[in-house]
Design a protein. Structure first.
Lengths: 377, 325
C-alpha cells in the first residue's frame, strides 16, 4: 500500500491517516507547494473564495432549519463539502456545463444561479425544473449516477459541434458521489467518455458514506484508481481544500476543452451532516470520526490562511457572516412565500406535443373539482 | 409515386430521408454502422453519413439511452436502436426515469426528441430474449409515446414522423414482418403519427391489432369472409396515446370486439382497450370484449412458439366465442 493511502476499515472505528492527495492548503491554513498544481489568486480572489464558502454553508444551514420547521419536505445538506463544490464550481468557465446530483447547491451558487432555484424541488412545489442550457447547469438528478451518462452524451455533442481544441472550447463536469461509483450507469459513462474521448471531468465527491454504507462497501481500491482501468487519468484531491479543488478541476477542464479527453477527480471529503434530513447518522458512525473531520474543516483552514497572510481581519469576517445571515433570511422569506401550485398544473408539460387522452383526463378532473364549488368542501 | 419495398427497406429509406433533411439526426446503437444493424435496418447509412452521425456504440443499452439524453439536451435528435426487445431492460431506468420525465421535470423547458427503435415480437425461431413484446411497460409510462408499424408505407412514414416529433417515442418494429413487401407512397403520408386506421372494413365484428398481428388479423378476416362473416380490422398504429375514436365507431356498428397482440393478455394493451370499449360502447356491445394474446408464461422455446403466438385460428376462435354470447 502506497504511503498515506487509507486502509480498509476492519472495525467500526476509523483511523484517520492523511491519504495521498493533492493539497495546497493544510488544515492549519498553511500554503504548501505541489509539483503539478498551483493557484495564482489575488488577495481579493482568496477573500471571495472564503465569501462563497461561508455563504454556501449558511444557506445550507438555513435550508436544514426550514426542513426542521416543516417548510421543506426534505433537504440534502452539503455541510462539510463546501470546498469541493466551491473549488470545482469556481473552476468552471462560462461556457462549461455542469451535471449535478441533488446536493450540488454550492456549485449552483458558484454558477451565479439564484440559490432559491432548487428550493422548489425540496419544498415540493415543483420537480426542480429549470433550463439547463440557460444556466449551463443541468437539473438536479435524483436517480444515483444517471446524470453521468447525460453529461457524457452532452460532451459528445460538444465534440460533434467542433467546440473542442482551443481556449474557447467547452467542457462538461459530471458530479456524483462515492456510492454512485457502484452504479452501472457511472461505469458505462466512464467507458463512453473514454472511447469517444469526451471533453469532460468526472468529479466524485467521496464523502465516505452512501447514506449509511461506508466506502469499503463500494470499493476495494481508491476510487481515483478506477480511471486507469477505463483508460484516462484519475487523481485524488483534498476535498476540504478549496485551493486544491480549484486547481485540479481547472486543469482537468482545460485539458478536456483542448481535446485531451476525460479525467476523474476524487475529492476526498466528509459529509458532516446527515445524508438528508430524513437520515440519522448516529446509527452508523461514531462521534470521534466526525470530530476528526471537524479538524479538517474547509472554512476554518481558509480563514486561518487569510489571517496568517494578513489578507483579512476580524471586521472582514464579521461582514461576511452578516452578509450570509442576510442572504439566509432572504432565502427563508422567499421559501415561505412560494405558492403551492394550482392542482390543474399537474397535467402540464407531460409531452411537448400534448396528448388528447391527457387533455380528456384534465377536463374530467376540472369538472370533478368544479362539482365541489359552493358545497363547502 | 409508389415504390414496392419491404418493411425493413422502408425503415431504412425513411431513416435516410430524415438524416438528409436534418443534420441533427443521429443514429446510435450496437452494430448499426458497418454491419448496418443485425437486421440491416441502418444498412449503408454510416457509409453515406459518416461515423459521426451513425455511431457504433459500446455494448451497453443504458449507455446508449443515457448518452442520447445528453445529446438531445445539446440539441441533437438521436435515433437509438435497441438490438432486440429483450435487451431494452438494462436501459429501462434511463427510459422511464429520465427520457419520460425530463420534459415534465423541466416544466417544458427541455424536450428530448429521441426515437428508441426496438425490433419486437416473436415468430423468428430465436433463442430466449429475442422475441418479446414489452409495449405495455412503455405505454404505461407517462411521458413516452409508443407506436408500432405493420406495413411498409407506415414504416416509411411513421419513422420519419417519429424523428420529427419532439416527443420521446418508443418505435416498435414487427421484426418477423421485416421482409414483407408492400407499396410505399413516397410523396405523402396517409395519416398523422398517432392515428389508428381501419385497415379492412367489415360489419360483423371488430378485430383490433397492431404491429405483427395486423397481418394475422387480416388473414383471419379473409378466412372469415369465405364463411360469410365480415370482420373489420383496425390497426392501432399508436399504442400511446390510443386513438380510440375509430375503435368506438367500429364497435358501435359491429357490437363485437376482439383485441389481438403477442404480449401476454394479463394487463396487456388488450386489457386497457377492453376497459375503454366497455365504458364507451356499453349499450352497443353484443358480447364482452375478448382478448387473444400470449399466455402468462415467459416467451417459450422456439420449437413451441407457434403454440404460444396468436394465429389465424385463435383469432377466429375468439370471434366465434364472441358470437356465442
Amino acid at each position: 500500500m502506497a504511503k498515506g493511502e487509507v486502509k480498509a476499515r476492519t472495525s467500526g472505528t476509523r483511523a484517520a491517516p492523511e491519504p495521498a492527495f493533492v493539497q495546497l492548503l493544510t488544515p492549519e491554513g498553511d500554503r504548501v507547494e505541489h509539483p503539478d498544481y498551483s493557484v495564482d489568486f489575488t488577495d481579493e480572489e482568496y477573500r471571495s473564495l472564503y465569501h462563497d464558502l461561508v455563504v454556501v454553508r449558511k444557506l445550507d444551514a438555513e435550508a436544514t432549519a426550514l426542513q426542521r420547521q416543516g417548510e421543506l419536505g426534505i433537504w440534502a445538506s452539503l455541510l462539510g463539502q463546501e470546498a469541493a463544490q466551491v473549488g470545482s464550481g469556481r473552476a468552471l468557465r462560462a461556457q462549461d456545463m455542469a451535471f449535478p446530483t441533488y446536493r450540488e447547491h454550492g456549485v449552483l451558487y458558484c454558477r451565479g444561479i439564484d440559490p432559491i432555484m432548487p428550493l422548489g424541488l425540496f419544498r415540493g412545489v415543483d420537480q426542480g425544473g429549470w433550463d439547463p442550457n440557460e444556466f449551463k447547469f443541468n437539473m438536479y438528478t435524483i436517480v444515483i449516477g444517471a446524470q453521468t451518462l447525460h453529461a457524457t452524451g452532452y460532451a459528445m455533442g460538444i465534440t460533434k459541434d467542433g467546440k473542442v481544441g482551443s481556449d474557447d472550447g467547452e467542457a462538461v463536469i459530471a458530479y456524483f458521489g462515492d456510492g454512485a461509483t457502484s452504479q452501472g450507469d457511472v461505469n458505462e459513462a466512464f467507458i463512453w467518455a473514454s472511447v469517444f474521448n469526451a471533453p469532460m471531468v468526472f468529479f466524485c465527491q467521496n464523502n465516505q458514506y452512501a447514506i449509511s454504507e461506508p466506502l469499503e462497501r463500494q470499493t476495494r481500491v481508491p476510487l481515483y484508481h478506477r480511471a486507469s482501468g477505463f483508460g484516462f487519468p484519475g487523481l485524488r484531491v483534498d476535498g476540504n481544500d478549496v485551493l486544491a479543488c480549484y486547481a485540479v478541476t481547472r486543469k482537468a477542464l482545460d485539458d478536456a476543452r483542448h481535446g485531451q479527453g476525460p479525467s476523474l477527480i476524487e475529492a476526498y471529503t466528509y459529509r458532516m451532516g446527515a445524508h438528508t434530513t430524513s437520515d440519522d447518522p448516529t446509527r452508523y458512525r461514531i462521534a470521534s470520526e466526525v470530530e476528526a473531520w471537524q479538524a479538517k474543516d474547509p472554512i476554518k483552514r481558509l480563514r486561518a490562511f487569510l489571517e496568517k497572510q494578513g489578507m483579512a481581519k476580524a471586521d472582514y469576517f464579521d461582514a461576511i457572516d452578516e452578509e450570509a445571515r442576510v442572504a439566509a433570511v432572504e432565502l427563508r422569506e422567499r421559501v415561505l412565500s412560494m405558492p403551492d401550485p394550482d392542482p390543474m398544473t399537474l397535467f402540464e408539460h407531460v409531452y411537448p406535443n400534448g396528448s388528447p387522452e391527457l387533455d380528456q383526463q384534465k377536463e374530467q378532473f376540472a369538472k370533478y373539482l368544479a362539482s365541489f364549488e359552493g358545497s363547502g368542501h | 409515386m409508389a415504390e414496392t419495398l419491404t418493411i425493413g427497406k422502408a425503415l431504412n429509406t425513411g431513416l435516410r430521408r430524415a438524416m438528409e433533411r436534418d443534420p441533427k439526426v443521429l443514429i446510435m446503437g450496437e452494430d448499426v454502422g458497418k454491419l448496418g444493424g443485425v437486421f440491416r435496418i441502418t444498412d449503408g447509412l454510416q457509409k453515406d453519413f459518416g461515423d459521426d452521425r451513425v455511431i457504433d456504440t459500446p455494448l451497453a443499452e443504458s449507455g446508449i439511452i443515457g448518452t442520447a439524453v445528453g445529446l438531445a439536451i445539446r440539441g441533437y435528435r438521436p435515433v437509438c436502436e435497441i438490438q432486440f426487445d429483450g435487451f431494452v431492460y438494462p436501459a429501462y431506468d434511463q427510459i422511464v426515469s429520465q427520457v419520460a420525465k425530463m420534459h415534465y421535470r423541466s416544466k417544458g423547458k427541455v424536450s428530448l426528441p429521441m426515437v428508441i427503435r426496438i425490433p419486437f415480437g416473436g415468430g423468428i425461431g430465436a433463442v430466449e430474449h429475442h422475441s418479446e413484446s414489452p409495449e405495455a411497460y412503455f405505454a404505461h409510462t407517462a411521458g413516452l409515446k409508443v407506436v408500432s408499424c405493420s406495413n411498409p408505407d407506415d414504416a416509411y412514414w411513421m419513422i420519419q414522423q417519429s424523428i420529427e416529433s419532439d416527443d420521446p417515442i418508443i418505435f416498435l418494429e414487427p421484426k418477423r414482418r421485416y421482409w414483407e413487401k408492400g407499396q410505399v407512397n413516397v410523396d405523402s403520408a396517409s395519416l398523422p403519427l398517432h392515428n389508428a386506421r381501419v385497415t379492412r372494413p367489415g360489419r360483423d365484428a371488430t378485430v383490433i391489432a397492431y404491429g405483427p398481428m395486423v397481418r394475422t388479423a387480416l388473414d383471419a378476416a379473409s378466412a372469415a369472409a369465405e364463411e360469410g362473416r365480415e370482420i373489420e380490422v383496425i390497426d392501432l398504429r399508436s399504442l400511446s396515446p390510443l386513438d380510440m375514436a375509430p375503435v368506438y365507431a367500429s364497435v358501435r356498428r359491429t357490437g363485437r370486439a376482439v383485441v389481438v397482440h403477442e404480449a401476454p393478455v394479463n394487463l396487456g394493451l388488450g386489457s386497457e382497450l377492453a376497459a375503454r370499449i366497455t365504458e364507451e360502447c356499453f349499450y352497443s356491445l353484443e358480447s364482452p370484449v375478448l382478448r387473444v394474446g400470449g399466455f402468462d408464461t415467459p416467451y417459450p422455446a422456439a420449437r413451441i412458439e407457434e403454440e404460444y403466438l396468436p394465429d389465424l385460428d385463435r383469432v377466429l376462435d375468439a370471434v366465434d366465442r364472441s358470437f356465442g354470447f
